[in-house]
Design a binder for this molecule. Structure first.
Ligand code: ZN
Length: 227
Protein backbone atom coordinates (compact mmCIF):
# COMPACT_ATOMS: atom_id res chain seq x y z
CA UNK A 1 0.00 0.00 0.00
CA UNK A 2 1.41 3.36 -0.94
CA UNK A 3 0.57 6.94 -0.23
CA UNK A 4 1.61 10.38 -1.29
CA UNK A 5 1.59 13.29 1.14
CA UNK A 6 1.23 16.61 -0.55
CA UNK A 7 1.02 20.05 1.01
CA UNK A 8 -2.13 21.87 -0.08
CA UNK A 9 -0.13 24.68 -1.68
CA UNK A 10 1.61 22.10 -3.86
CA UNK A 11 -1.37 20.10 -5.08
CA UNK A 12 -2.00 22.12 -8.21
CA UNK A 13 1.66 22.02 -9.24
CA UNK A 14 2.04 18.27 -8.76
CA UNK A 15 -1.06 17.62 -10.87
CA UNK A 16 0.20 19.97 -13.56
CA UNK A 17 3.61 18.29 -13.64
CA UNK A 18 1.94 14.90 -14.11
CA UNK A 19 -0.33 16.27 -16.83
CA UNK A 20 2.76 17.70 -18.50
CA UNK A 21 4.37 14.25 -18.58
CA UNK A 22 1.36 13.00 -20.53
CA UNK A 23 1.35 16.02 -22.84
CA UNK A 24 5.01 15.52 -23.59
CA UNK A 25 4.48 11.90 -24.65
CA UNK A 26 1.06 12.34 -26.28
CA UNK A 27 0.87 15.93 -27.52
CA UNK A 28 -2.35 15.26 -29.45
CA UNK A 29 -4.30 13.87 -26.54
CA UNK A 30 -6.23 15.49 -23.73
CA UNK A 31 -4.29 14.51 -20.58
CA UNK A 32 -7.55 14.16 -18.65
CA UNK A 33 -8.38 11.12 -20.80
CA UNK A 34 -5.22 9.26 -19.85
CA UNK A 35 -4.83 7.68 -16.43
CA UNK A 36 -1.53 6.81 -14.86
CA UNK A 37 -1.78 3.40 -13.23
CA UNK A 38 1.26 1.19 -12.85
CA UNK A 39 -0.09 -2.19 -13.78
CA UNK A 40 -1.86 -1.35 -17.09
CA UNK A 41 1.00 0.89 -18.24
CA UNK A 42 3.61 -1.76 -17.45
CA UNK A 43 1.55 -4.57 -18.95
CA UNK A 44 0.44 -2.57 -22.00
CA UNK A 45 -3.28 -2.95 -21.44
CA UNK A 46 -6.15 -0.80 -22.67
CA UNK A 47 -4.95 2.56 -23.96
CA UNK A 48 -1.35 1.43 -23.41
CA UNK A 49 -1.58 -1.51 -25.80
CA UNK A 50 -0.33 0.53 -28.74
CA UNK A 51 2.46 2.24 -26.85
CA UNK A 52 5.92 0.65 -27.17
CA UNK A 53 7.25 -1.01 -23.96
CA UNK A 54 10.32 1.26 -23.64
CA UNK A 55 8.12 4.31 -23.80
CA UNK A 56 5.73 2.90 -21.20
CA UNK A 57 8.57 2.39 -18.71
CA UNK A 58 9.84 5.87 -19.51
CA UNK A 59 6.41 7.34 -18.74
CA UNK A 60 6.28 5.64 -15.34
CA UNK A 61 9.76 6.96 -14.55
CA UNK A 62 8.90 10.44 -15.80
CA UNK A 63 5.79 10.51 -13.62
CA UNK A 64 7.75 9.32 -10.56
CA UNK A 65 10.34 12.02 -11.24
CA UNK A 66 7.91 14.62 -9.81
CA UNK A 67 9.30 13.57 -6.44
CA UNK A 68 12.62 15.08 -7.46
CA UNK A 69 11.29 18.05 -9.45
CA UNK A 70 10.15 21.54 -8.43
CA UNK A 71 7.44 20.09 -6.16
CA UNK A 72 9.77 17.93 -4.11
CA UNK A 73 9.57 20.13 -0.99
CA UNK A 74 5.80 19.62 -0.88
CA UNK A 75 5.77 15.93 -1.59
CA UNK A 76 6.58 12.79 0.38
CA UNK A 77 6.06 9.14 -0.42
CA UNK A 78 4.81 6.51 2.00
CA UNK A 79 4.98 2.79 1.45
CA UNK A 80 3.71 0.00 3.67
CA UNK A 81 4.93 -3.44 2.63
CA UNK A 82 3.26 -6.23 4.57
CA UNK A 83 3.91 -9.94 4.15
CA UNK A 84 0.49 -11.51 4.54
CA UNK A 85 1.63 -14.61 6.42
CA UNK A 86 3.38 -12.54 9.07
CA UNK A 87 0.26 -10.58 10.11
CA UNK A 88 -2.18 -13.49 9.67
CA UNK A 89 -4.93 -13.84 10.84
CA UNK A 90 -5.16 -10.02 10.73
CA UNK A 91 -6.14 -8.44 7.44
CA UNK A 92 -2.96 -7.18 5.72
CA UNK A 93 -4.79 -4.22 4.21
CA UNK A 94 -6.02 -3.11 7.62
CA UNK A 95 -2.56 -3.58 9.04
CA UNK A 96 -1.00 -1.50 6.26
CA UNK A 97 -3.64 1.20 6.59
CA UNK A 98 -3.11 1.53 10.34
CA UNK A 99 0.61 1.93 9.76
CA UNK A 100 -0.04 4.47 7.02
CA UNK A 101 -2.28 6.61 9.27
CA UNK A 102 0.11 6.43 12.21
CA UNK A 103 3.12 7.34 10.13
CA UNK A 104 1.36 10.19 8.34
CA UNK A 105 0.26 11.54 11.72
CA UNK A 106 3.84 11.38 13.02
CA UNK A 107 5.09 13.13 9.93
CA UNK A 108 2.69 16.02 10.60
CA UNK A 109 3.73 16.07 14.24
CA UNK A 110 7.38 16.38 13.23
CA UNK A 111 6.52 19.34 10.98
CA UNK A 112 4.91 20.98 13.98
CA UNK A 113 7.84 20.25 16.27
CA UNK A 114 10.31 21.58 13.75
CA UNK A 115 8.51 24.61 12.34
CA UNK A 116 5.64 25.22 14.79
CA UNK A 117 3.41 24.86 11.78
CA UNK A 118 0.14 23.15 12.64
CA UNK A 119 -1.05 20.99 9.73
CA UNK A 120 -4.13 18.81 9.57
CA UNK A 121 -3.92 15.73 7.41
CA UNK A 122 -6.74 14.58 5.22
CA UNK A 123 -6.52 11.02 3.95
CA UNK A 124 -7.95 10.37 0.50
CA UNK A 125 -8.31 6.72 -0.42
CA UNK A 126 -8.81 4.91 -3.71
CA UNK A 127 -12.45 3.89 -3.59
CA UNK A 128 -12.32 0.95 -5.95
CA UNK A 129 -9.38 -0.69 -4.21
CA UNK A 130 -10.00 -0.18 -0.55
CA UNK A 131 -13.48 1.03 0.25
CA UNK A 132 -14.93 -2.35 1.22
CA UNK A 133 -12.10 -3.24 3.58
CA UNK A 134 -11.54 0.16 5.09
CA UNK A 135 -15.07 1.50 5.46
CA UNK A 136 -15.62 -0.52 8.65
CA UNK A 137 -12.23 0.44 9.93
CA UNK A 138 -12.98 4.10 9.24
CA UNK A 139 -16.04 3.77 11.42
CA UNK A 140 -14.20 2.33 14.41
CA UNK A 141 -11.52 4.95 13.86
CA UNK A 142 -14.10 7.69 14.27
CA UNK A 143 -15.65 6.04 17.33
CA UNK A 144 -12.31 5.54 18.98
CA UNK A 145 -9.48 7.54 17.48
CA UNK A 146 -7.18 6.05 20.09
CA UNK A 147 -7.19 2.58 18.59
CA UNK A 148 -3.69 3.12 17.20
CA UNK A 149 -2.59 5.63 19.74
CA UNK A 150 -3.86 9.10 19.26
CA UNK A 151 -3.94 10.42 15.70
CA UNK A 152 -4.19 14.04 16.65
CA UNK A 153 -3.26 15.58 13.36
CA UNK A 154 -5.62 13.75 11.03
CA UNK A 155 -9.12 14.73 10.05
CA UNK A 156 -11.74 12.38 11.40
CA UNK A 157 -12.51 10.08 8.48
CA UNK A 158 -10.82 9.15 5.23
CA UNK A 159 -12.39 10.29 2.01
CA UNK A 160 -12.99 7.69 -0.68
CA UNK A 161 -12.65 8.90 -4.25
CA UNK A 162 -12.58 7.42 -7.70
CA UNK A 163 -8.96 7.17 -8.79
CA UNK A 164 -9.97 8.18 -12.32
CA UNK A 165 -10.67 11.61 -10.89
CA UNK A 166 -7.48 12.02 -8.94
CA UNK A 167 -4.02 12.38 -10.40
CA UNK A 168 -2.60 12.21 -6.88
CA UNK A 169 -4.13 8.81 -6.25
CA UNK A 170 -2.67 7.73 -9.56
CA UNK A 171 0.72 8.92 -8.34
CA UNK A 172 0.26 6.84 -5.17
CA UNK A 173 -0.62 3.91 -7.42
CA UNK A 174 2.69 4.33 -9.28
CA UNK A 175 4.56 4.36 -5.96
CA UNK A 176 2.71 1.21 -4.99
CA UNK A 177 3.67 -0.36 -8.31
CA UNK A 178 7.35 0.51 -7.74
CA UNK A 179 7.13 -1.17 -4.32
CA UNK A 180 5.51 -4.21 -5.87
CA UNK A 181 8.29 -4.57 -8.45
CA UNK A 182 10.93 -4.29 -5.76
CA UNK A 183 9.44 -6.47 -3.04
CA UNK A 184 7.67 -9.07 -5.14
CA UNK A 185 10.06 -9.35 -8.06
CA UNK A 186 13.34 -7.93 -6.72
CA UNK A 187 13.42 -5.28 -9.48
CA UNK A 188 14.92 -2.09 -8.13
CA UNK A 189 14.78 0.27 -11.11
CA UNK A 190 11.47 2.02 -10.35
CA UNK A 191 12.17 2.03 -6.62
CA UNK A 192 15.46 3.82 -7.24
CA UNK A 193 13.51 6.73 -8.73
CA UNK A 194 11.73 7.38 -5.44
CA UNK A 195 13.67 5.84 -2.58
CA UNK A 196 14.91 9.24 -1.39
CA UNK A 197 11.36 10.58 -1.37
CA UNK A 198 9.97 8.40 1.40
CA UNK A 199 9.53 10.30 4.60
CA UNK A 200 12.64 10.00 6.72
CA UNK A 201 14.50 11.65 9.51
CA UNK A 202 18.22 11.44 9.01
CA UNK A 203 18.89 7.87 7.98
CA UNK A 204 15.71 6.40 9.40
CA UNK A 205 12.87 5.83 6.99
CA UNK A 206 9.59 6.48 8.78
CA UNK A 207 7.63 6.55 5.55
CA UNK A 208 8.71 3.11 4.44
CA UNK A 209 7.60 0.16 6.51
CA UNK A 210 8.40 -3.49 5.88
CA UNK A 211 6.60 -6.10 7.96
CA UNK A 212 8.43 -9.33 7.28
CA UNK A 213 9.52 -12.58 8.87
CA UNK A 214 11.97 -11.29 11.52
CA UNK A 215 14.23 -14.30 10.98
CA UNK A 216 15.05 -13.26 7.43
CA UNK A 217 17.61 -10.57 6.74
CA UNK A 218 16.40 -7.79 4.46
CA UNK A 219 18.45 -5.02 2.89
CA UNK A 220 15.59 -2.81 1.79
CA UNK A 221 15.93 0.86 2.74
CA UNK A 222 13.42 0.50 5.59
CA UNK A 223 15.04 -2.51 7.24
CA UNK A 224 18.63 -1.40 6.58
CA UNK A 225 17.98 2.05 8.06
CA UNK A 226 16.83 0.51 11.33
CA UNK A 227 19.75 -1.81 11.87
ZN1 ZN B 1 12.90 -4.87 4.34
Amino acid sequence: MAGVAVHEIGIHHVIKELDDVIKRHFPDRDPAEIELHGSPIWGGRGFWRKVEPERRVEIIKDALSVFRGPSRANLRAFGMVVEKAVVSPDDPVEHAYEQMCTRFDKYLRRIYNRRRERQRGLIVVDKSRYEDTLQGLAHSYREDGTRWGSLRNLSEVPLFVDSRMSRLIQLADLVSFALWKKFEHGKMDLMLEIVDSFDREGRVYHGLYHKRDPGRRCDCAACASRR
